[in-house]
Design a protein around this ligand. Structure first.
Ligand code: KIV
Length: 271
């Protein structure tokens, strides 16, 4: 039996079962109703309402400016669209770091106001109190290690993380801490493939890679990158399945021509 085909609703337990059976988890980002309908209909296992909405939806340079209210707006739009996928929402920058009470309050707002199924937080041992409090309230938590974009000003660049032994050892330690705390999965962003392999083999919970190579238990991409809506972003890890920017641009150019020439609307396109 394939979990992917047979499951009507994906839960955190299903993701665990998928790891146990060696069945890969497919995750994508979504920020709005229409896109989420398409991705859910295609059978994606997890939809992440990522704070990458700050980049791809709002045009900010980093993920830092997006607010909790904006994340809730995006998340509620996605939840309304979904029949099958597990919906995970990023806690945005400034709503959980260094304050576990705030972390729980932010989480409760997301869960109550959007109807999402789980939250994702960036970081390891340093946010353990926040993770503990959220889990105690009964909300599933996904971790996120490696390149954590909310810390971009600390890193200084979006380059591959944990290439050096010390940072790699810390990442393995953090991954084990997140598992011990009770996280149901961990995103591993932009780390060497051999490190993803070690973490994925040592953990019981699933790992979801983005730029972490093929050994992760699942993969995630930003949907706008995957379908080529974003145009000038070409990291090595990205596989584009469409060139939607060009397709939509051509369609729009044709529409403009048709309007200007009077070809649109024709007799069958009016009342
Ligand atoms: O915000 C996001 O889209 C993410 C993914 C890149 C994992 O965190």
């Amino acid at each position: 039996m394939s979990v992917h085909r047979d499951v009507k609703k994906v839960t955190t337990h299903i993701l665990q079962a998928m790891k146990s059976r060696g069945e890969k988890i497919a995750m994508l980002t979504a920020y709005d109703y229409s896109m989420a309908r398409i991705l859910d209909a295609a059978g994606v296992d997890v939809l992440l309402v990522g704070d990458s909405a700050s980049n791809v939806m709002a045009g900010h340079e980093t993920t830092l400016p997006i607010t909790l209210d904006q994340m809730i707006y995006h998340a509620s739009s996605v939840v309304r669209a979904v029949d099958r996928a597990l919906v995970v929402v990023d806690l945005p920058f400034g709503t959980y770091q260094g304050n576990s009470k705030l972390a729980l309050e932010s989480t409760i707002r997301i869960m109550k106001e959007s109807g999402a199924h789980a939250v994702k937080l960036e970081g390891g041992g340093e946010i353990d109190e926040s993770i503990k409090r959220i889990l105690k309230a009964g909300v599933p938590v996904m971790g996120h290690l490696g390149l954590t974009p909310q810390s971009i000003y600390k890193f200084g660049t979006y380059t591959v993380r944990a290439k050096e032994e010390e940072e790699a050892a810390q990442l393995i330690k953090d991954a084990k801490t997140l598992q011990k705390l009770g996280c149901f999965a961990i995103v591993l962003e932009k780390i060497p493939a051999h490190l993803t392999k070690i973490v994925s083999e040592e953990l019981i919970i699933p790992t979801i890679g983005i730029g972490g190579g093929g050994h992760a238990d699942g993969q995630v991409l930003v949907t706008h990158d995957m379908v080529g809506i974003t145009k000038d972003f070409h990291p090595r890890f990205l596989r584009r399945y469409l060139e939607l920017f060009d397709v939509m641009k051509e369609a729009t150019e044709q529409y403009i021509k048709d309007v200007k020439s009077g070809d649109f609307p024709n007799e069958n396109e009016q009342y």
